[in-house]
Design a binder for this molecule. Structure first.
Ligand code: PXG
Length: 438
């Protein structure tokens, strides 16, 4: 049996330099624990948990068996006007992990769908609450909220927006919080920048609070290259949202399920939003699934009309799919049994020391870290931005290490099962790679 396809042209690959890839493919064929196996048989240490999702590590027996069992049982069941037990059980288990006050969970199939769902719930909630004029959505520069129209509208990455026309109307953005001049090489949260939250006051004044539905932010921005909230910043956003009756949405697609050392970033930062989006770690990447958690006051406002009426005209054919629900339940068991949702907190100091030891290597202009997340920002080549980090990515892969790059930033987010030896291995390889860069 051949393991490598012999024609690569039909698959239009997502977020990929297709021609570069197809001229020199990097194919993964198997995975176990902390490692992928490449098509040529080499073991590749996974320093990115796939795409920030394989939090429990690869091919975990318990999760694999649960998926197999589910496939042999209920293949599919609708959750529109019908139900199946595992979807309810998973919703309860997720609600238990969410911060105090969160009571309901709406299922989707991805982070992007979770974002659309959250934005729609926010606008519809204001309407149900007697304020239909609140429709504006506020995002933030450099924010990533998936790739659907709502998500790219509130998102703040120019490259993801510019080709796609006028996007949603009624959207505005806060400034981002990346500030190398004041905060480079901070360990954990940067000290400077809480005042950037006050820009929300200006936006509120500009548009009038009576028109604003929600603010959506990543508590820690992942895709833009790991941008941390300055000390006091998220608290300030929460205060301003409360002052003006604006719903606060945390997009926890990356930070959910233990990445920062607590089940959710909301708990790590002790700032509680009104709505939380999640995906990725919910099933440890094994079966596509996302979800949106809401506080009870949001859910309850919809439960008013006649009982035979649908309360929220929204949902997906695969919301709460039996295979995904089974994978989610088994994943949460693994997280609980192995205490993985707090493991990043226990490894944080080791991780921090190891990543900051790269300071002083050629081209390194900043290092950022929190939980089991790290970023190494490189000075861009004068004539070719992104090229230096991309060549680090290619070199690392040759050396048996999978990293992610965005712009000239290397991002690291290993599975939460990583041990200290493997942390050492990541940074030994990266040190060699960085020393060899042009
Ligand atoms: N919100 C956030 C905060 C995300 O990070 C999404 C929404 C969208 O999720 P889906 O499941 O629709 O892709 C994401 C996804 C990277 C990288 O390398 C990050 C994501 C996806 C792929 C790559 O930083 N985040």
């Amino acid at each position: 049996m051949t393991k490598a396809p012999n024609d690569l042209s039909a698959f239009w690959m997502p977020f990929t330099a297709n021609r570069q890839f197809k001229s020199a493919p990097r194919m993964l064929v198997d995975a176990e624990g902390m490692y992928y196996t490449a098509a040529d048989g080499r073991r590749i240490l996974d320093a990115t948990a796939g795409l920030w999702c394989v939090n429990a590590g690869h091919k975990r027996r318990k999760i694999v068996s649960a998926i197999k069992e589910a496939a042999e049982g209920l293949d599919y069941a609708p959750t529109f006007q019908m139900g199946h037990p595992k979807a309810f059980e998973l919703a309860s288990r997720v609600a238990e992990l969410l911060p105090e006050g969160f009571s309901q969970v709406f299922f989707t199939n991805s982070g992007s769908e979770s974002v659309e769902t959250a934005l729609k719930i926010a606008i519809a909630w204001h309407r149900a609450n007697g304020e239909p004029g609140r429709y504006r959505l506020i995002g933030r520069e450099k924010g990533y909220h998936g790739v659907n129209f709502g998500g790219i509208s509130v998102g703040g990455l120019g490259a993801n927006r510019k080709a796609f026309g006028p996007l949603l109307t009624g959207v505005d953005h806060l400034p981002h919080t990346l500030d190398l001049a004041r905060n480079a090489f901070s360990r954990g949260l940067p000290q400077h920048g809480a005042e950037l939250a006050d820009a929300l006051e200006d936006i509120v004044t500009l548009h009038d609070p009576s028109t604003i539905a929600a603010l959506i932010v990543e508590p820690m921005a992942g895709s833009a290259g790991v941008i941390l909230p300055p000390v006091g910043y998220l608290e300030r956003l929460r205060e301003i949202c409360d002052k003006y009756g604006i719903l606060l949405i945390f997009d926890e697609v990356i930070t959910g399920f233990g990445r920062l050392g607590a089940p959710f970033a909301a708990q790590r930062f002790a700032v509680t939003p009104d709505i939380i989006t999640m995906a990725k770690g919910l099933t440890s990447g094994t079966v596509p699934m996302g979800a949106v958690g809401v506080k009870s006051f949001i859910h309850d406002a919809f439960m008013n009309g006649p009982e035979h009426m649908i309360e929220l005209f929204h949902g997906y054919t695969y919301s709460g799919h039996p295979l995904a629900a089974a994978a989610g339940l088994a994943t949460l068991d693994v997280y609980r049994d192995e205490e993985l949702l707090t493991r990043a907190a226990r490894l944080e100091k080791t991780w921090e020391e190891a990543i900051h030891a790269l300071r002083g290597l050629p081209h390194v202009i900043d290092i950022r870290n929190i939980g089991l997340v790290g970023a190494i920002e490189l000075e861009p080549m004068a004539d070719a931005p992104t090229k230096r980090a991309f060549s680090a990515f290619l070199k690392a892969f040759e050396e048996g290490l999978l990293i992610r790059t965005t712009g000239d930033i290397i991002a690291l987010s290993p599975p939460l099962i990583i041990n200290e030896g493997q942390i050492g291995e990541i940074f030994d390889i990266l040190t060699r790679v960085l020393k060899g860069l042009e």
